[in-house]
Structure formats: structure tokens, C-alpha cells
Design a protein around this ligand. Structure first.
Ligand code: BGP
Length: 475
């Protein structure tokens, strides 16, 4: 197999990290509008209400809301075949439970999609990328409440209909797999996915299990709905997955690593096999957790199978084991790998892990896969002539693309696209910083919100253009 001629090269962005305009055109308050700027080792604060003393990076983002034409033109100049955007739920239903949607919000996304199409860029639309109206959290208890599934479906229906005929690729959720009673939970991860602080949850394990189940069910229902509205829709779900390696060949450690990695797959199992996995229900039962499954749910799992799997890949980790040094913890639980370098933010750099994960996932499900995020968060320094020579970014991406090519060409994995995270600098989800940059395009904005917001090309801009032009040959 070769990289297909219509392979989707491009990038991914998310509304709350780039749009800004947080209170314009009737937008409601979204969960991320209440999160302050942090730093590496200094968590973002999560507020119950806005305070005039603090800075909330989502409020201004990188002003994509007003500059999307300029930004899309730059993506087109690089030769992008696809751009993954997200729809901010709180722009469409400001509180989440309204009868009718906010037309101004719909109009904005129609304009963005039209602009992409005009530039020959395929829009890939994520319906939930950490952008829930806060009202659904405070009034309804977020995803713990099944009513929220109905509100989500109404929002999905609104967008499926509004963008019918223009958008073919849809993503129901971004990275719901980071919420699970059996994975390492933290305030920020529980919050970005469900708007709830882990430390404040009363019945932690049960709540996370219920949320994980309800979101999985919501995804299946959205897939079924999207197919009903337009049977040419291709609907996937995006997962953020880290391969988890055993620390050595002690069978106990190998088994532990298997189990720890397996936790990231139960929702994919549910969305691809047509039923919520029995092994997971059994594990919950053992832990004294209950999930109530109705006959309608069983039908929904059977009918809402995914068309493709979206994979966000940044890093791998090593499974925890007895006697492990806790100081060596990695990003989403697990431990650092002594064989791998890390980014400034402690993320292990492991290109081979991408090939491993593509193979693992493709052999498990046989479904087409798109790499929906991959990239290096780094501090970029301007040289005296005002340029950014980001060779480290080029090296990171080039190594990962090489491994993806091996997966496609040698291992026969059906991978139909590669999207970098943050083709333009934007607000970091975990830290809220601007200084954690991913882009080919520099945005003049610092962590305090100071800067002209001017866009300029980094060295990697021309490099990626050439990668796309050569269909991945010239790296
Ligand atoms: C993924 C999220 C993105 C993005 C990325 C990089 O998990 O889907 O929204 O932010 O991680 O993370 P960060 O911005 O924290 O560096």
C-alpha cells in the first residue's frame, strides 16, 4: 500500500483554544471560559465564576473568530487537504437546553466551512472538544445526567443539518477516554472533558464510570443520527491514546501494561463492536460500580458503529509496577521511559510508538484510521532577523511521519490522513499557555495576553508545504 493520492494532510484546531470572542454574537459561557492560565508544574485554576482579576485565555484565543480567513489562506498556502475544527456547543446553544439554536453561531461555522471549501480544504468537524455550556454542568450535572445526552443530540442534529452537503467527515467527541475510574484522574482532565473537578466529586469512581458510559452511548446515538440525516456522512470518534509498555519481561509487568493500555480502548470497543464490552462491566461490578443499561441503549450500541477511528498521538509511557519510583510519573499516569527523550513539558517523544499504535488499533478493529493530532509543544525563540528556525519541530514531525509511512506501506494499515496539532500557535489545553507552541505559523501573543496577534511563517511552514506537495516523500 502507498500513501493514497487523496491522503488528508493538514492540521487540527479547537474552538476554545483559538476562536476567542467568548461573549460575542450571543455565545454562552463554556466550561473552558472559566479556566485561568497556568504553566508547567502550575495547574490552571478552575473558577466557578469569572473574576476581573484573572486572565482566561479562551476569552481571546488567537482571535480566529475574526481572522479565520487570513488563517485559512495560510493553511491553503501550505497545501492543506483538510482542517479539523470544532464547533463550540455554547455558541450554538448558549445554555445548552434552549428550544432553538443561536443563528449567529450557526452562521459563523457556515462561513468557516465555506471558506475552507473555497480553498479546497476538506472540513473535518468535531462536535465536542471540551466545549460544553457551563449551564449544563451547574443545572444538570453534566454527563452524569442522561438528559444531557438529549441536549447533545439536539446540538448534533442542528449542526448535521446546517452543514449537510458541505461536511462529510464528523467526529462525535475528542478524547473522552481520559475520563475513567481506572485511569489516572486529575482535576484538569476531568474538567476539560466534563466540566467537573475530580477533587470535588463525591462518589468519584461511580461518577467517572457513569460519565464514561453516557458519553460512549451519546457518541453511538450521534453516529446513528448523523447517518440518518445524510447516509454519505463518515462519522468517527477521536481518542487520545498512549501505548503503555511493560517495564521489563516479568509476566506480571507485561500483564499490568496490557491492562493499563486496555483501559483506553473500552470505549472504542463499544463503538466498533456494537455492544458495551462485557469485560468492562465485569470489572465495574468487581469494584462495586453499577451501570444501568436499557434495551434502547443496547440497540443504540448496535446501530451506532463508527466509520473511522481518530487517533491523537503525542507520547507513550511505561506501566506502573510495584516498587516504581513515583517521581517518574508520566503524562496520563504510567512512568517515564528511560529510553526516550521528553519535551519541555515532560511528554515522551516516541515516533515508533505511533507505528505500534496504528498497527495495534488497525488489527483490532480493521477500521480506517486518521491521525487527528500529532505535534510538539515547544518554546520558539525569535532570531535577530525576526525568524523562527524550529528545526526541533521539523525533526519531531518528520520522524513521526516516517513511522506512519512504515505503518501504511510496510504494515498495510489503512490510514487516510495526518493532521498536526496546532498548525497555528494556539492556547494550550492543559496549561493555558501560548508559550507552549505547536504551529507552523507563529502568533504574536504571550502568556499574559500581550502581543499584536500578527501571524508569521516559521521555518516549518515551508517544510510542511513540501511534505504535502511530495505526498510525504520529502521529509
Ligand atoms: C490534546 C487535545 C488538544 C490539544 C493537545 C495538546 O489532548 O485534544 O486540545 O491541546 O492535546 O495539548 P496541550 O495544548 O495541553 O499541549
Amino acid at each position: 500500500m502507498k500513501i493514497a493520492n487523496d491522503f488528508l494532510w493538514g492540521g487540527s484546531i479547537a474552538a476554545h483554544q483559538c476562536e476567542g470572542a467568548f461573549d460575542e454574537d450571543n455565545k454562552g459561557l463554556g466550561i473552558m471560559d472559566l479556566v485561568t492560565v497556568g504553566a508547567y508544574g502550575q495547574p490552571r485554576e478552575i473558577h466557578k465564576q469569572l473574576s476581573s482579576k484573572d486572565r482566561y485565555p479562551s476569552h481571546d484565543g488567537i482571535d480566529f473568530y475574526h481572522r479565520y480567513k487570513e488563517d485559512i489562506e495560510l493553511f491553503a498556502e501550505m497545501g492543506f487537504k483538510a482542517l479539523r475544527i470544532s464547533i463550540d456547543w455554547s455558541r450554538i446553544f448558549p445554555n445548552g437546553d434552549e428550544e432553538t439554536p443561536n443563528q449567529a453561531g450557526i452562521e459563523f461555522y457556515k462561513n468557516v466551512v465555506n471558506e475552507l471549501l473555497k480553498n479546497g480544504i476538506e472540513p473535518i468537524v468535531t462536535l465536542y472538544h471540551f466545549e460544553m455550556p457551563i449551564y449544563l454542568v451547574t443545572e444538570y450535572g453534566s454527563w452524569t445526567n442522561r438528559k444531557v445526552i438529549d441536549f447533545y443530540l439536539k446540538f448534533c442534529q442542528t449542526m448535521f443539518e446546517a452543514l449537510k452537503g458541505k461536511v462529510k467527515y464528523w467526529v462525535t467527541f475528542n478524547e473522552m477516554n481520559h475520563i475513567d475510574p481506572q485511569t489516572e484522574a486529575s482535576d484538569i482532565f476531568t474538567y476539560i472533558i466534563a466540566g467537573l473537578k475530580y477533587s470535588e466529586l463525591e462518589n468519584k469512581e461511580q461518577t467517572l464510570a457513569t460519565i464514561g458510559y453516557n458519553m460512549t452511548l451519546a457518541s453511538c446515538l450521534a453516529v446513528e443520527l448523523g447517518h440518518k440525516i445524510d447516509d454519505t456522512n463518515q462519522i468517527g470518534c477521536v481518542f487520545g491514546i498512549e501505548p503503555v509498555y511493560p517495564v521489563d519481561c516479568n509476566p506480571i509487568n507485561v500483564m499490568n501494561a496490557f491492562k493499563q493500555m486496555d483501559r483506553d480502548f473500552y470505549q472504542i470497543d463499544a463503538m466498533c463492536t456494537g455492544q458495551f464490552p462485557a469485560y468492562k462491566l465485569h470489572e465495574y461490578e468487581d469494584q462495586g460500580l453499577t451501570i444501568s443499561i436499557t434495551d434502547e441503549d443496547i440497540e443504540a450500541f448496535a446501530k451506532g458503529k463508527l466509520d473511522f477511528i481518530g487517533m491523537n498521538y503525542y507520547a507513550s509511557s511505561v506501566a506502573e509496577y510495584e516498587g516504581a519510583d513515583e517521581g517518574k510519573s508520566a503524562l496520563f499516569g504510567g512512568l517515564q521511559n528511560p529510553f526516550l527523550p521528553t519535551s519541555k513539558w515532560g511528554w515522551a517523544i516516541d515516533p515508533t510508538g505511533l507505528r505500534y499504535l496504528l498497527n495495534y488499533t488497525y488489527r483490532k478493529y480493521g477500521l480506517p484510521i486518521i491521525i487527528t493530532e500529532n505535534g510538539l509543544g515547544a518554546v520558539d525563540e525569535l532570531t535577530s532577523d525576526n525568524k523562527i528556525s524550529d528545526d526541533y519541530r521539523i525533526e519531531y514531525l518528520s520522524q513521526h511521519i516516517q513511522e506512519m509511512r512504515k505503518a501504511i506501506e510496510l504494515d498495510q494499515v489503512d490510514c487516510f490522513g495526518y493532521l498536526t496539532w496546532g498548525p497555528i500557535d494556539l492556547v494550550s489545553a492543559t496549561t493555558g499557555q501560548m508559550s507552549k507552541r505547536y504551529g507552523f505559523i507563529h502568533v504574536d501573543l504571550d502568556d499574559d495576553g500581550q502581543g499584536t496577534l500578527n501571524r508569521s511563517k516559521k521555518k516549518s511552514f515551508d517544510w510542511y508545504k513540501q511534505v504535502i506537495e511530495s505526498n510525504g516523500e520529502h521529509l
